[in-house]
Design a protein around this ligand. Structure first.
Ligand code: 7TS
Length: 419
């Protein structure tokens, strides 16, 4: 791993961050008359012009409903929609198109699995294993399932650095465990979990594994065959694509055994009042008119990412993150970083002694800096570290060292205001 101090060289040689920044028109926006500095990429990323143009072009030139249309625009919309499925397949290295299901996003994908896998495989006394660092989206759907089936939710503890305690994970796997559902990269701690290892261990006991890739897809190269996960879920809007669209990758063997999540158009092959025969995968899980433009826009976001040197870009993000951590630790005596895992991505959650995170967020906003403050939909993480909230910077591909320096100077203003 390269040292943080070399990140500037990487930026100037192999990557052209200035050019990447030019691809994102919103970065020219002024906020309170200051240039926007956007550090809220874990919540959502900005969209490159290519994606924005594609969405506009779709509505200007193609807009039509997909599948079954004989007219030209419907056929064009269908082929662009299905082309996006192929782009997703290649991007995450899935085996088959039938394994790529378009959803509304990560939350929707997890709810789909909880409902459908739950109906197929979960009964009273069974156990579902999650971790202490899950986003509410990977807690609540399982709680709902447990309430309706009598199954139990078990939770893998984390250590003081915000890492999973792997020995406890192994101990918690029991003959009753029917699914392990775990976050790839924590949105509030930045921890990168050893998901490949987690899947390997679960598979020794024939237990399927779902990976919540909401952040993983943004910060790492994802290869579902290499991870050998049974489900991988993510949202388009955190991958520089549109909101309202996401992906559920699932192994065909499991998806085939799972009943439909929702009934409606497109997910059927034959309907009579006596009985409905369901469509094949992936359509079985895509009831109703989908977010067509969202899916096509996600395809363009993937094209955009494919056009970048992502390996180096993820390295760059990592080094920017190390730079930010060093700067933060050295600049403020009363600052505590929550989440200090050895394997960590560009998410810096912190508290300042005696200053509420919302006050930090508000003052930084006046400097043009967008950060997030609160519990980040991970209240159990806040409880684990005994804090009600944190201030969080989350980095994206367009952030720079200069922006980190500017944030550090702006936090000094927070100190001035609050003494
Ligand atoms: N899982 C993780 C790890 C997340 O970070 C998020 C969103 C979700 C699930 C839900 O994704 P959605 O697209 O379905 O909403 N995380 C955040 C965040 O950190 N701040 O706002 C949303």
């Amino acid at each position: 791993m390269r040292r943080a101090t070399e990140s500037k060289d990487i930026m100037e040689t192999t990557l052209n961050i200035k050019k990447i920044r030019e691809d994102f028109p919103i970065l020219q926006t002024l906020v309170h008359n200051k240039p926007l500095v956007y550090f809220d990429n874990a919540a959502t990323t900005h969209k490159p012009k290519a994606v924005i143009d594609k969405v506009a072009e779709y509505y200007l030139e193609t807009n039509s409903n997909i599948h079954r249309g004989v007219h030209l625009l419907s056929q064009k919309a269908t082929s662009e929609y299905e082309a996006a499925r192929e782009k997703v397949l290649k991007f995450i290295n899935a085996k088959k198109l039938s394994e790529i299901i378009f959803t509304k996003g990560t939350t929707d994908s997890i709810n789909l699995v909880a409902s459908s896998f739950g109906r197929a495989f979960i009964k009273e006394g069974d156990e579902i294993l999650i971790s202490y660092m899950e986003h509410h989206s990977n807690i609540v759907p399982w709680q709902i399932l447990c309430e309706t089936t009598g199954a139990k939710l078990k939770v893998i503890p984390i250590n003081d650095d915000g890492e999973l305690i792997m020995e406890e994970y192994e101990k918690l796997l029991s003959p009753r465990t029917k699914l392990v559902s775990i976050v790839h990269i924590s949105n509030s701690l930045g921890t990168i979990n050893p998901v490949k290892k987690i899947a390997e261990i679960a598979h020794e006991k024939d237990i399927p594994v779902l990976i919540d890739g909401a952040q993983g897809i943004q910060h790492s190269k994802v290869d579902v065959q290499d991870l050998d996960c049974d489900f991988y879920v993510f949202s388009g809007h955190k991958l520089y694509g549109p909101t309202g669209v996401g992906v559920l990758y699932g192994k065909q063997r499991l998806l085939e055994q799972m009943p439909p999540y929702q009934g409606g158009g497109d997910m059927i092959s034959k309907v009579t009042f006596e009985k409905t025969k369901y469509n094949t995968l992936p359509y079985k899980f895509e009831a109703g008119t989908p977010n067509i433009v969202g899916v096509i826009g996600l395809g363009t976001a993937i094209d955009y990412m494919n056009g970048l040197d992502t390996e180096n870009l993820f390295n760059y993000e990592h080094e920017l993150s190390e730079y930010a951590h060093e700067k933060f630790r050295n600049s403020f005596p009363g600052l505590t970083i929550i989440g200090n895992a050895k394997e960590k991505t560009g998410i810096i959650s912190f508290i300042l002694e005696g200053i509420h995170p919302h006050d930090i967020g508000t003052i930084l906003d006046f400097e043009g800096i967008a950060i997030r403050t609160g519990h980040h939909c991970t209240q159990p993480v806040m409880d684990r570290f005994g804090v009600p909230a944190t201030a969080r910077l989350s980095l994206g591909i367009y952030n720079t060292r200069e922006e980190i320096d500017y944030a550090v100077n702006s936090i000094k203003k927070v100190y001035e205001v609050f003494g």
